[in-house]
Design a protein around this ligand. Structure first.
Ligand code: CLF
Ligand code: SF4
Length: 528
């Protein structure tokens, strides 16, 4: 008899201990990537899933609220892209190949010399690759990581400045894996020279980092640029960069290539100015605006890090993003990836696929990716329906304040991670608008080698500033008590629920669901 297959089983690099425990549970879904090696047909999987969810139909599944909000051709481009669709980031993974080491500008927040496998910030890589190595690595990863949907080139320098390598890599890869989406990230200076080639190569997604639309502001961020064989500094450098960025954005818009704008929020330098950036990029056709916090510490060796420029705190960033949320659609789920990032956003599986582990001869096996996509198409429908129902339930409440809820999740849209294993918590805001994802908080795992670390717990508590409750798959009494003392509730009652469903159930159990005319804001709700 075929065993039940869950999305987790296709996607999760679980440890063998977890697997044995899961298999020991009567009726538990099988939890192993090995599931894909078994002769399980997609028909069997569909049947298993419909038995589980009670959903026989596959035709209506896969729809989503966001699908209804955009033209079908745009939806096709974003629906499986973990950065362009918040919903997709629960299911799909990106892979960056570090083939473009050279850069034509200097940002005061960048130092590409520094490398640490645990470091997650743009410009950082463990291994630079040639286009040929990149192709072998992508094929190996695509055969093993079913969630992979996007191949990105995000440096470690600039994908457009090093365009020959970017182009050679993409051309090699699409010959073997034609359905992978291609994505590049650039500072924009060399972009206008390559937009036509980008269009020809079907690169549908371009991210441009735009930190200013006023070159005076730019002088505090960019000490120099290299353009037309010459190094430019000061205001002149920032003016050229700004003009080229605007030209590049307009060219992308004309060719209907989706452009996401990333802006690094640098307190007291461009934080207030980002309002204007948001307005201008919206006017010029940017699809999405991603305001990211400056990562700055002396040990990073960056100009800002060495000179004491601080980054924003999580709640500062949130307040800032909230103020900008009426301009271009905001991205809030960015994880500020490394230039060799691999996996779901927020996880990094790069160390599993270093070049010494990639065979010289590789061949692409599409089976896992195909089966995973079929399952996602179905589960996603159920997830979206849960989210919509959550929104309706909350719409009539008299909430004067919003509540922040932190979720421990391994992906797939469920509350499915132990508190102690979380390296980040996803934060949702419960308000009259429904349940909205508003960001994540990175933490050091509390549980290392089977033991809780008090020092890590202090860090987790600090990172959860403003959060009312943590929902997770499992939590011990010890961390739970410490969280309670810090004013944060924690519970594993909603383990394996859809995130939005679990949140509404917790809300109802805690505050009740009172109608607008009689309800009052919960006393302990955090005012955001
Ligand atoms: Fe990579 Fe960037 Fe493409 Fe995504 S990342 S090139 S758009 S595939 Fe995504 Fe990473 Fe944030 Fe970038 S989470 S840093 S936004
Ligand atoms: Fe670093 Fe990117 Fe800035 Fe170049 S554009 S200096 S790689 S952050």
């Amino acid at each position: 008899m075929a065993q039940l297959i869950s999305l987790d089983s296709l996607a999760d690099p679980v440890c063998s201990g977890d697997m044995q425990k899961a298999l020991a549970k009567p009726g538990a879904p099988m939890v192993s990537l090995d599931a894909l090696k078994a002769p399980v047909t997609s028909e069997e999987m569909r049947k298993a899933l419909s038995e589980k969810s009670g959903c026989e139909s596959t035709s209506s599944c896969g729809s989503s609220d966001t699908k209804d909000e955009m033209p079908p051709e745009i939806w096709e481009k974003v629906k499986d892209h973990p950065c362009y669709s918040e919903e997709a980031h629960h299911y799909f993974a990106r892979m960056h190949v570090a083939v473009a080491p050279a850069c034509n500008i200097q940002c005061n927040y960048c130092n590409r010399k520094y490398d640490c496998a645990n470091e997650s910030r743009p410009g950082v890589v463990s291994e630079k690759l040639t286009p040929e190595q990149a192709m072998r690595k992508v094929i190996a990863v695509a055969s093993e990581v079913p969630q992979l949907s996007v191949l990105g080139i995000a440096g470690p320098g600039d994908a457009c400045y090093d365009f020959k390598k970017t182009k050679a890599t993409f051309e090699n890869v699409v010959k073997h894996i034609p359905d992978v989406k291609l994505c590049i990230s650039t500072n924009g200076l060399a972009l206008p020279d390559h937009v036509d080639e980008i269009a020809k190569m079907n690169i549908d997604h371009v991210t441009m980092t735009i930190n200013m639309v006023d070159p005076e502001v730019g002088t505090k961020i960019y000490p120099w640029i290299f353009y037309k064989n010459k190094r430019w500094t000061g205001l002149e450098a920032s003016k050229i960069l700004h003009e080229r960025q605007m030209q590049g954005l307009e060219m992308l818009t004309e060719r209907k290539i989706l452009c996401k704008v990333n802006s690094v929020m640098i307190p007291d330098i461009n934080d207030e100015h980002l309002v204007e950036v948001n307005r201008v990029v919206k006017e010029k056709g940017a699809f999405l605006h991603n305001i990211m916090p400056l990562i700055s510490a002396p040990e990073n060796g960056t100009y800002f890090g060495l000179n004491g420029q601080r980054g924003p705190r999580a709640m500062e960033l949130k307040a800032h993003q909230d103020k900008r949320s009426h301009g271009t659609k905001l991205m809030r789920h960015c994880r500020q990836c490394r230039a060799d990032g691999l996996g779901l956003l927020g996880e990094d599986r790069g160390q599993e696929f270093t070049m010494d582990q990639v065979p010289d001869e590789v061949s692409y096996d599409p089976a896992k990716r195909e089966k995973y996509r079929e399952l996602v198409a179905q589960e996603r429908g159920e997830h979206v329906a849960t989210r919509e129902a959550a929104g309706k339930q909350l719409a009539g409440l008299a909430l004067g304040a919003s509540v922040l809820v932190a979720i421990a999740t391994k992906g797939n849209g469920r509350i499915n991670q132990h508190f102690g294993h979380a390296k980040e918590f996803q934060v949702y805001e419960v308000s009259r608008k429904g349940v909205e994802f508003i960001g994540h908080r990175k933490v050091d795992e509390y549980c290392k080698g089977g033991w809780g670390e008090d020092a890590s717990l202090d860090g987790v508590i600090a990172a959860l500033e403003g959060v009312t409750v943590v929902l997770c798959a499992k939590i011990g009494d010890c961390p739970k008590d410490s969280l309670t003392q810090a004013g944060i509730q924690a519970t594993d009652k909603y383990a394996h629920d859809w995130i939005e469903g679990g949140i509404v159930a917790w809300y109802e159990a805690t505050y009740g669901m009172q109608p607008a005319q009689t309800g009052a804001a919960p006393a302990s709700a955090h005012v955001a």
